[in-house]
Design a protein around this ligand. Structure first.
Ligand code: ATP
Length: 220
C-alpha cells in the first residue's frame, strides 16, 4: 500500500504493513494481526512515543542482559516481522542466542522465522526440540534444550502471559516488551519495557553497546 509520508499516521501504517507482509510470507500468524491491533491501541494511549519511563526500563534491561547467565532471545512471528535486523544485532551485541518460540503450532512457520533471522545476519537460530517449559500446556512449552531450557534470562519481546509466568516460576529472569501495562506479561516480567517493539529495539541495541563500552573503559 502506498502511504504518503505526509499522512499523520504514516509510521503506524508502515508498521502495520510489516505485520501484514509477515502474514503473507508465512512468518506471522493471522492471530498475530489481532495481537498487533491490541498493541496499536495502547501505543495510541502513550502518544506513539518512547516515554521517559520506557527509556529507564531500557537501561535496566540492558544492564540485566549484560550480567545474565546464558541469556537467550525468544522470537515469535510478530517480533520477526517487525524487527528482525535489531533482534540479530542485539544477539550479537550481548552476545545471546536466538530461539524461535511461537504460540500457534507450525513447524513451517518456525523454519520461516529462523530463515528470516538468518537473512538478517544470524549465524545460528535454535528451534523448539527436546526442552520443556514447565507449568504450561500450550505449544510454547516446547523449547530447545540448549536454549531457553538452560537460560538464566529469557528476553521475550511480545510475550504471552502464560509463558512469562511459567518462565518466572522456573526461576528464570524475563525481560519483555509489551505496550499493555495491564497484561499478565507486563505484570509478571522481571522488567517490562512499555514501548512499541519497533521503537524500543534500536534503543536497546544502542544501550547495550553503550554499557558494554563503559564497562570496558571503566572496569571499576
Ligand atoms: P496476557 O499477557 O495478559 O496474557 P495476551 O498473552 O493475551 O496477554 P496477546 O494477545 O498475546 O496478549 O498480545 C500480545 C501483547 O503484545 C499485547 O499485550 C499487546 O499490547 C502487545 N503488543 C502487540 N504489538 C506490540 C508492539 N508492536 N509493541 C509492543 N507491544 C505490543
Amino acid at each position: 500500500m502506498a502511504v504518503p509520508k505526509s499522512h499523520p499516521r504514516y509510521l503506524s501504517l508502515m508498521i502495520r504493513e510489516r505485520i501484514v507482509k509477515g502474514v503473507a510470507q508465512g512468518i506471522t500468524s493471522m492471530h498475530g494481526l489481532l495481537a498487533h491491533g491490541r498493541g496499536e491501541a495502547f501505543d495510541y494511549l502513550v502518544g506513539e512515543k518512547t516515554t521517559r519511563k520506557a527509556r529507564q526500563q531500557i537501561k535496566k534491561a540492558a544492564k540485566l542482559l549484560l550480567h545474565a547467565k546464558r541469556p537467550i532471545i525468544s522470537v515469535n512471528g510478530n517480533a520477526a516481522a517487525l524487527c528482525p535486523k535489531e533482534l540479530v544485532q542485539l544477539s550479537k551485541a550481548i552476545p545471546a542466542g536466538l530461539e524461535v518460540n511461537i504460540f500457534h503450532p507450525s513447524k513451517s512457520r518456525e523454519r520461516k522465522i529462523a530463515a528470516c533471522l538468518k537473512r538478517h545476519g544470524a549465524k545460528e537460530v535454535l528451534l523448539p526440540h527436546k526442552g520443556r517449559i514447565r507449568f504450561i500446556a500450550s505449544n510454547r512449552r516446547f523449547c530447545n534444550e540448549d536454549g531457553i531450557a538452560k537460560a538464566g534470562l529469557v528476553f521475550v519481546p511480545l510475550e504471552d502471559g502464560d509463558r512469562c509466568q511459567a518462565l518466572i516460576r522456573m526461576k528464570k529472569k524475563v525481560i519483555s516488551i509489551d505496550l499493555n501495562p495491564m497484561s499478565r506479561t507486563a505484570k509478571s516480567a522481571t522488567i517490562n519495557i512499555q514501548d512499541n517493539i519497533v521503537r524500543a529495539m534500536p534503543l536497546l541495541v544502542e544501550e547495550v553497546k553503550r554499557q558494554k563500552w563503559l564497562n570496558l573503559n571503566n572496569p571499576d
